[in-house]
Write a protein that binds this ligand. Structure first.
Ligand SMILES: NC(=O)c1ccc[n+]([C@@H]2O[C@H](COP(=O)([O-])OP(=O)(O)OC[C@H]3O[C@@H](n4cnc5c(N)ncnc54)[C@H](OP(=O)(O)O)[C@@H]3O)[C@@H](O)[C@H]2O)c1
Length: 291
């Protein structure tokens, strides 16, 4: 399936910020709502090519992580792009194994910056709730200091459940700007999205295609046929329409372009059919339910 003829040139943009204890919003920053995820891309031509194709075709947001072992390729693609650094939004994440307290977090951030070799990060995420609960407050304090120092424009969390968010907000100087969690039509997560919003954060939908497991879902296919778009575009647009920052992964040039074309899809007549797809289907890990 091809991208719609009038391929969009720009992703919608959201403003994210950090809630302070007095209920104000600090360090607001604009984030392109649709980005490219680079999980499982090898740090060679695969990741570099995918980032370059994405940037050439309208994407302005790349989502990597220390644990993906491809930050060097992402940073190289940003530097090689004709776009200015300020025009590209880069998200990376603190490896769970490095979330061992204040100093370990700062050191891991510096190591990511060295691999990326760019002047600043736009969004730095705690990849999952630190396994040792004793480490959680030190990790978040380091994240807050990185935000205040301007080395990252925004900070957030990933795979945080409602209880992790509440615990974090008890002592936070700044709340997370986003909570990156698995979200797609088969795992709609209404309650966790509401808890994320209640902490002042925007949900960031990872695995919007359920890691590719659901692109052949017959119900999704029927919607796509009615709308004259591809199944993947329906799933991605559903996430965008829920107000989620959305980061589908593809290493394939045509699918990278196709996925960006989801912006133009109009799902307004399909709310009921999409609501029916929800089946609590988890395609990956789920630290949100851990203590
Ligand atoms: N924070 C976390 O814990 C976490 C966890 C998982 C993912 N993420 C982030 O979210 C991003 C996306 O999630 P994901 O990589 O797990 O899965 P995904 O985006 O849901 O799905 C990717 C899979 O779908 C295929 N695909 C992509 N576009 C397609 C299309 N138009 N038609 C058919 N198949 C298509 C891809 O294959 P091809 O590449 O061959 O096109 C790949 O196999 C990741 O890359 C990562 O940045 C974060």
């Amino acid at each position: 399936m091809q991208a719609p003829k009038n391929s969009p040139t720009k992703s919608p943009v959201l403003t994210i910020s950090h809630r302070t204890p007095d209920g104000k919003s600090a360090f607001p920053v604009e984030i392109p709502q649709l980005g490219l995820g680079v999980f499982l891309m090898k740090e060679d031509d695969e990741c570099g090519n995918a980032c370059a194709w994405a940037l050439e075709n309208g994407y302005r947001h790349l989502d990597t992580a220390a644990v993906y072992e491809n930050e060097r390729a992402v940073g190289a693609a940003v530097r090689a792009s004709e776009l200015g650094r300020e025009e590209i939004f880069v998200t990376t994440k603190l490896r769970r194994g490095d979330a061992l307290g204040y100093d370990a977090t700062i050191n891991a951030f510096v190591a990511s910056m060295n691999r990326l070799d760019i002047d600043f990060v736009d969004l730095y995420l705690v990849h999952a709730p630190p396994e040792d609960r004793e480490h959680r407050s030190g990790v978040w304090r380091a994240m807050e200091d990185l935000l205040e120092s301007g080395q990252t424009m925004a900070i957030g969390v990933s795979n945080y459940g409602t209880h992790h968010l509440s615990e974090l907000m008890e002592n936070a100087r700044y709340g997370p700007a986003v909570n990156q969690i698995e979200i797609h039509p088969w795992l709609q997560r209404v309650e966790l999205r509401a808890a994320t919003a209640a902490a002042g954060a925007v949900p960031m939908a990872y695995s919007p295609l359920a890691r590719g497991h659901k692109v052949n879902d017959p119900g999704l296919g029927e919607i796509a046929t009615r709308l004259g778009c591809s199944p993947a575009q329906v799933a991605i647009k559903w996430c965008l329409d829920q107000g989620c920052i959305t980061i589908p992964k593809s290493s394939n040039q045509a699918r990278i372009i196709e996925n960006f074309g989801s912006i133009e899809v109009d799902l307004s007549g399909e709310a009921e059919a999409l609501a029916e797809l929800d089946e609590d289907y988890l395609s990956g890990w789920d630290p949100t339910t851990q203590p």
